[in-house]
Design a protein around this ligand. Structure first.
Ligand code: NIG
Ligand code: FE
Length: 396
């Protein structure tokens, strides 16, 4: 992909700057040159190690801009109940949902949490992801949220941590006291110790209100942290308009966002992060208006929302496949959405998400020849390990 190092909008999203018969020169973990092989051959140093990708597709390492990597246990019982027709809300009321995962996460120490987060990150890596945003949000108490943040530090710089203490109100604490603690203690601490880049909040009936989100946004801003928001996932509560008003970096989910919400995001310059894996995971049919958002000129991002409840989906190619089929996005737009546009929401647009001189040599070699295969037969086009070489030269 050529062009300026920033998110792509509108028709730019379909322009992936494809080079056929390409070659790349890599030095000290950075891309020195990239272009048609017959041009690159002339400038390659005589003593360079040569590595033949065998005509395979090479893309930037994929960037997953919305994941929940730190949790204990699983949600197999929820999954089975859902297969019998129970809804997300019913399962939560019956003792499942986020609170079930809190029970399995709170007993774990930092080291155990880090081990699990690392395992989950490796699952993403098997599907071509090399950089991921990762949220806390399954401890819901001061010390557990801090342990979760500290667990994520061991995965830096591959993982960019977000504080999602406002994922749900804990059932064993006064809600007002909890929110006051998050805004007054956790946010300042996360900022002071540089444990998180952003703060996130789940705005939904039964979770956090618009007023709660506003308090959190003020705390985040006061301490120099950005804001990401889970909005309009299960109903249109005006969450996109709220995200725009609060100047969020990203508005995520947006399954129920309509024309007014889209217009507000455009006006405020908020990036939509769409999570079709969670729609699929919950067995729902209402996908976000991806096509309309691209056409409106938004820098659309696709992410997995990898989590034990709504989206046990580690694969970005699978999310691209869903977006092509249910959101009328093209394979090229999807690739842009999981690379350069995703990287831009993490402040990594000058180093990741595109294969351009000066950027990190962070790429995936696929068992595929055509980029459309990623979404066409997701997870058949696997990440390829070149003999003796890691599929991603920068990979851990
Ligand atoms: O992004 N919506 C809120 N949070 C997650 C689901 C969390 C869970 O069910 O464990 C999501 O879909
Ligand atoms: Fe999420």
């Amino acid at each position: 992909m050529q062009g300026p190092k920033r998110a792509r909008v509108g028709s730019e999203m379909g322009d992936i700057g494809l080079i056929t018969d390409a070659a790349m020169i890599v030095r000290d973990g950075k891309i020195e040159a990239v272009g048609p092989q017959d041009e690159i051959e002339w400038i390659a140093p005589a003593d360079a190690d040569y590595c033949d990708a065998g005509g395979r597709l090479i893309t930037p390492g994929l960037v997953d801009a919305h994941t929940h990597l730190v949790f204990g246990g699983d949600r197999l019982d929820d999954f089975e109940a859902r297969s019998q027709g129970k809804t997300y809300a019913e399962i939560a009321t019956d003792g499942g949902g986020i609170w079930r995962t809190v029970g399995a996460t709170r007993p774990l120490n930092t080291e155990e949490l880090a081990k699990r987060a690392s395992h989950h990150f490796d699952l993403l890596g098997r599907h071509g992801t090399t950089i991921a945003e990762a949220k806390t949000g399954y401890a819901l108490d001061r010390d557990g949220e801090l342990r979760s943040l500290r667990a994520l530090q061991s995965l830096r710089p591959r993982v960019v941590p977000t504080l999602l203490a406002a994922h749900a109100y804990p059932k064993d604490q006064d809600p007002e006291a909890y929110l006051a603690m998050v805004c007054g203690e956790l946010v300042p601490l996360a900022a002071r110790e540089e444990l998180a880049r952003d703060v996130d909040v789940f705005v939904e009936e039964g979770y956090f209100s618009h007023e709660d989100a506003e308090r959190l946004a003020l705390a985040a801003r006061a301490h120099g942290l950005g804001l990401r928001m889970h909005v309009d996932q299960l109903a249109d509560s005006g969450g996109a308009v709220l995200a725009a008003r609060l100047g969020a970096r990203t508005a995520d989910h947006l399954e129920h966002t309509g024309a007014d919400g889209i217009a507000a995001l455009v006006e405020a310059g908020v990036a939509p992060v769409l999570l079709p894996g969670s729609v699929w995971g919950l067995g729902l049919s209402r996908y976000p208006l991806g096509r309309e958002m691209v056409d409106a000129g938004l820098p659309v991002v696709l992410a997995t929302d990898f989590n034990p409840g709504s989206s046990p989906v580690p694969s970005l190619p699978f999310c691209m496949a869903l977006a092509c089929r249910f959101m009328r996005m093209t394979p090229a737009e999807c690739l842009t959405a999981v690379t350069v546009n995703a990287a831009a929401t993490l402040g990594l647009e000058t180093s990741h998400g595109a294969l351009m001189p000066g950027m990190a040599a962070d790429f995936a070699v696929w068992e595929a020849e055509d980029y459309r295969e990623l979404a066409y037969w997701p997870d058949v086009a696997t990440v390829h390990g070149l003999p003796g070489i890691c599929y991603n030269l920068n990979f851990r």
